[in-house]
Design a protein around this ligand. Structure first.
Ligand SMILES: *Cc1c(COP(=O)(O)O)cnc(C)c1O
Length: 225
């Protein structure tokens, strides 16, 4: 586990340096969907603090189990999967950063639950950068409206953008999608860019990613639940 994690960090640092960025500017989020609590605990003990889950119903019991294994201080939880409005309350209760806000109406739901909980919820807006693959994500045209709407909400803070480009055997082909997302973030003055997974995180970092979401390179191939 430690070897895998340090190999990922090394590749991240090299990618950053190739792009003339500081080697430690990018946050590694360990994606733990389908990964059992025990392995998560190992990753935590190896030093990781950011964890990403994509399904609330899977994450909830696991996080409870982790808590029972001994508190995980400094843990930061990221919701990276599609979120339905009726789960907004749970997401607000459990997660530090929600990456997958893809509609103004979901944003409103998050805002309401955050206000109820006395919290300002940090979020990223997920952008649909390609028609083929991602079912989810806001259309670019929708983005401006969402950001404008967020401007008057007191329960949410839009920190940046997230995308999932199509999968390519050749990671460099994802580059235009990452560059596109960075351009959008710049045009709206947003700082955070959640982009890059096991297959393409180096290219994403070269294109300005501030957080990569990596599962397979840390935990191995997923067994599907
Ligand atoms: C599963 C998942 C990842 C991690 O994928 P790997 O290829 O295993 O690194 C990243 N982001 C999202 C949204 C995911 O669902």
């Amino acid at each position: 586990m430690i070897e895998r994690i340090s190999a990922v960090y090394k590749r991240m640092a090299h990618a950053a340096m190739r792009a003339g960025r500081e080697p430690d500017v990018v946050r590694l989020i360990a994606v733990t969907k389908t990964v059992p609590a025990g392995l998560m605990r190992e990753a935590y003990e190896a030093g990781l603090r950011d964890f990403g889950e994509s399904r609330l119903q899977e994450a909830a019991p696991k996080l409870k189990e982790l808590g029972e294994l001994g508190g995980l201080e400094g843990l930061r939880l990221h919701m990276i999967g599609h979120l339905q409005s009726n789960k907004a309350r749970l997401a607000v209760a459990g997660f530090d950063l929600i990456h997958s806000i893809d509609s103004a109406s979901l944003l409103m739901h998050i805002d309401r639950h955050a206000l109820e909980a006395g919290k300002v919820q940090s979020v990223l807006l997920q952008v649909k950068v390609s028609e083929e693959v991602s079912k989810h994500g806001a259309e670019e045209a929708e983005l401006g409206r969402m950001i404008e709407a967020a401007g008057v909400l007191r329960g949410v803070k839009v920190e940046g953008l997230m995308c999932i480009p199509p999968y390519f055997d050749e990671p460099a082909r994802a580059r235009p999608y990452f560059a596109r997302l960075r351009g959008l973030a710049e045009s709206y003055g947003l700082r955070e860019l959640s982009m890059g997974m096991t297959g393409d995180f180096e290219v994403a970092i070269e294109e300005g990613s501030t957080m990569v979401r990596v599962g397979t390179a840390i935990f191995g191939e997923r067994g599907y639940l």
